[in-house]
Design a protein around this ligand. Structure first.
Ligand SMILES: *Cc1c(COP(=O)(O)O)cnc(C)c1O
Length: 849
């Protein structure tokens, strides 16, 4: 007999209906009052189901539900939370424009695509920082009322759960997600049936189911190929996150990129901006080309123009090999037929994914950059590294003009702030800050919170962290079959009196989790000091294929065991959002020592900072933008060395020295009542500076004002009057192309060449350009001058057209003032004149020889 499985929903008492609606919106996972409401029903069951409100309600049982439905105290609290939710959902967001606050209109939808989204520990479809960022981003969009929709993949097994075996090696366990027990629902089509779209994968069409997750006011759509009508190979496409097999990976990314756009059409969603968060989703561009060219009948030039003006790309990976790429032959196998069908020349298309000419590789980030008007890295350092890395894509640009901007990451405050600090924020700042974290005065008010209350809130979080860790270790040892006496030893590990250092992140080798083990004796001495004890908590997963990362993890665990340091040093299995939240709220110092410049941004230090945890970090990623000498410590000793081994030694030494001479003494400097006032002053200062600079609302507003609004505006202009402007710009490209190979700068005559110059003087410039028969107004000439000590100040001055001579040479003249002493450089270039054309096609640049 073959059994078929199906699910039966519990009968919900009417008075509890709001509780179910809360469970199905992930708002209730980041709002503390909602969390507390679920938890009070049955704290240990709530923990057991990983704080998943939906599974929790399924597991409660009819009697318990019936009891709650008649419990006046519970119903009172439910009503309060429900009211909070309803008012949260009805918040109307605005943006500033010329001094006015303007509501987000229906034409301001943004589609945000990412390979992973991490909303909550009960939805394990994420691996690390990228997913956390994307999840926080959706939540912040909801907070500020921005109509942004997420698109991603629904992984049947998600990322693995980590187990450490007896030999201290990581083992991976893949657990199937049962969606019925998760806060996720099927999207229904107009007939009330689950929406299924079709995405071409080579010769087949994969049937893809579309799911949705409520994220406050916004939504995350997730695509799933695990359907009975698909053949087994296709069903398995969305099995696992970051599958190492290249065929599996490209298939996932075709589903993500193309499928998202197909799903949008089916859902009637027409975004005005598409944001590709990392290169994995870049096949969206292929699908958009296909739809625009085949269905909307636009020629390639117009379609590409439209896509360019409505796409934003964010890169997160500072090492070139870490960027998503495939053998051209592999990509060709998957999309050749599509290119033929659309009528795009394959050679031309592959050239758009190349970094070096004629290389056998197709880079998804390169494709994304060539089709995005705005690109950015995720911190100032990272943008600089990215400009260097992707320079070959912009051969005509001066380095400083390579269009990769920087928008530094941020974190979603309500998700990461401890409940105890949230109470203080509500009382001293006012609860409305949750919609306005980007306002500086929100954070300045932290100064007004009494020191003792900050310390008390922190102490509570620390105690909760220790209980949490003991519970987890207990479970871990129990599972491994340890004796009862061994289990009871767990009660002795860690103490709230010790200075507690946290280190948790993916165990990728560049993060150097074992740097602190560099001098074992010195570390042991720091940890086991009798009067000023220190303890260290580490956590993190290695990618299954990362042998070096797994070895680092083993080194740490072996070190703890070999030195019998279990009571002072703990490795926590299976790092996830739950572990992260407890750590960043409960430790005193957050350690980060990546090999610079490989940390694109990092966000865990921000989560720690808003909770008053002091960062001790290499000046990489976001930290140089935040560190001011008072809000934590900087590890700088490696800056002047390039050899990674030398860096390792000097940086480890500096960390020990900072701990021994500054951090530990400062922490144990107490008032009579046992309060470390100087430490608390720094905690508050960290909360103010990190909160102010690195909250997710600030980051989202930066994307909004720098990228989204200009693209929305352009997109509205391009679409107006039956695409009149789009057609004009594309026609202009045809015209420009006609003359571009022929035009060149013949001669440049700057005035200073024959006279000495001083600051304040004006340089005038005559320039002769061969224009062939191009219309006078089509091209413009610019002087580009660099000045200053490192000739790092770049200025441009447009020259004016003066006249054209019978030999088709035109004269352009202009001037600029020399503002700074020192070395100067001058270059002259020709570009098309139209500003929108330049924005759309920045590659049209010719310099004077
Ligand atoms: C914040 C977070 C990360 C990212 O941490 P980094 O220090 O930026 O690498 C990774 N995983 C989890 C579970 C997190 O909460």
């Amino acid at each position: 007999m073959k059994f078929q499985s199906f699910f039966v929903k519990p009968a919900v008492p009417t008075s509890l209906k709001p509780l179910y609606d809360l469970a199905y919106n992930t708002w209730s996972t980041w709002d503390n009052s909602a969390n507390t409401l679920f938890s009070r029903i049955d704290p240990s069951l709530f923990r057991e189901v990983h704080h998943n409100p939906v599974e929790f309600l399924y597991r409660l049982g009819a009697d318990r539900l019936a009891g709650l439905a008649k419990d006046p105290g519970f119903l009172f609290e439910l009503e309060q939370v429900w009211y909070k939710f309803v008012s949260y959902q009805s918040f109307e967001g605005t943006y500033s424009h010329e001094g006015q606050e303007i509501p987000f209109g229906p034409r301001s939808t943004i589609a945000y695509l990412c390979m992973e989204f991490s909303l909550h520990e009960s939805l394990p479809i994420y691996s690390g920082g990228l997913g956390i960022l994307a999840g926080d981003y959706l939540k912040a969009a909801s907070d500020i009322g921005l109509p942004l929709l997420g698109f991603g993949l629904l992984y049947r097994y998600g990322y693995f759960s980590q187990r450490i075996n007896q030999d201290a090696f990581q083992e991976e366990e893949y657990r199937e997600n049962i969606w019925f027990f998760k806060p996720i629902t099927e999207v229904l089509d107009k007939d009330g049936q689950p929406l299924i779209i079709e995405v071409p994968i080579q010769k087949t069409k994969a049937a893809v189911k579309v799911w949705q997750i409520g994220v406050g006011r916004t939504k995350l759509y997730l695509l799933d190929t695990n359907l009975p009508q698909n053949e087994p190979r296709v069903r398995a496409i969305t099995d696992m996150l970051y599958d190492s097999n290249r065929d599996d990976r490209i298939e996932q990314e075709l589903i993500l990129g193309r499928g998202s756009r197909i799903a949008m059409r089916a859902l009637g969603i027409e975004p005005s901006v598409y944001h590709l968060n990392e290169g994995h989703s870049a096949f969206l561009i292929l699908e958009r080309l296909k739809q625009l060219m085949l269905e909307d009948k636009l020629p390639f030039g117009e379609a590409a123009n439209l896509i360019r003006n409505t796409t934003v790309f964010t890169t997160h990976t500072p090492v070139i090999e870490g960027n998503e790429h495939f053998d051209k032959s592999l990509v060709s196998r998957y999309i050749k037929a599509d290119l033929e069908q659309i009528g795009i020349n394959a050679t031309d298309f592959f050239a758009m994914g190349a970094v070096q000419p004629n290389e056998p590789v197709f880079w998804l980030p390169a494709l994304a950059m060539r089709f995005s008007r705005f690109c950015n890295g995720v911190s100032k350092i990272h943008a600089e590294v990215s400009r260097k890395m992707w320079q070959p894509l912009f051969p005509k640009h001066h380095f400083d003009e390579i269009p990769i901007d920087s928008i530094t990451n941020g974190v979603h405050v309500p998700t990461w702030l401890s409940i105890h600090l949230e109470y203080l924020f509500d009382r001293y700042i006012g609860p409305d800050y949750q919609h306005h974290c980007e306002a500086a005065d929100v954070w300045d008010k932290i100064d007004g919170i009494p020191d003792s209350e900050i310390w008390e809130a922190h102490r509570r979080s620390k105690n909760e962290l220790i209980s949490f860790l003991r519970r987890r270790l207990h479970r871990e040892l129990e599972r491994k079959g340890f004796s009862a006496s061994k289990l009871s030893e767990v009660e002795d590990i860690l103490t709230a009196d010790a200075l507690t250092i946290g280190f948790a992140r993916r165990m990728a080798p560049y993060k150097r989790a074992d740097l602190i083990l560099q001098d074992p004796e010195r570390l042991k001495k720091i940890l086991t000091n009798k009067t000023k004890p220190v303890q260290l908590i580490l956590s993190g997963k290695s990618h299954p294929a990362d042998v070096a990362g797994k070895q680092i993890l083993k080194n740490i665990i072996d070190f703890i065991q070999d030195n019998k340091l279990q009571h002072r040093m703990v490795f926590v299995e299976d790092y996830d959002m739950d572990v992260a939240r407890h750590l960043v709220q409960g430790v005193d110092v957050w350690l980060n020592n990546p090999l610079k410049p490989l940390e694109a941004s990092g966000t865990s230090g921000m989560k720690a900072g808003i909770n008053g945890v002091l960062n001790l970090s290499v000046l990489d990623g976001w930290w140089p933008e935040a560190f001011d000498g008072q809000n934590g410590w900087a590890v700088t000793a490696g800056e002047s060395h390039s050899n990674p081994e030398v860096k390792r030694v000097v940086e480890a030494n500096q960390i020990y020295e900072l701990l021994e001479d500054e951090i530990v003494p400062l922490y144990f400097e107490r008032s009579e009542s046992g309060i470390p006032f100087e430490w608390i002053r720094r905690m508050k200062h960290a909360m103010v500076t990190v909160g102010n600079g690195f909250n997710m609302h600030r980051m989202l507003r930066e994307y909004l004002y720098k990228f989204y609004l200009p693209e929305m505006e352009t997109s509205a202009e391009l679409f107006a009057d039956d695409l009149a402007l789009l057609k004009e710009i594309s026609a202009m490209q045809t015209e420009v192309d006609k003359w571009w190979p022929k035009v060149y700068i013949k001669d440049v005559f700057p005035s200073f060449l024959d006279q000495p110059t001083t600051v304040g003087q004006e340089v005038s410039l005559d320039c002769y350009v061969y224009l062939d028969n191009a219309p006078d107004s089509l091209f413009g000439v610019e002087a580009v001058h660099l000045s200053g000590r490192n000739i790092d100040q770049l200025g441009t001055s447009a020259l004016s057209f003066v006249e054209k001579y019978p030999d088709n040479v035109a004269k352009f003249s202009g001037s600029f003032v020399l503002h700074r002493p020192g070395q100067h450089k001058l270059g002259v270039r020709i570009r098309p004149n139209n500003p929108l054309f330049r924005e759309t096609y920045p590659e049209y640049i010719k310099w004077a020889e």
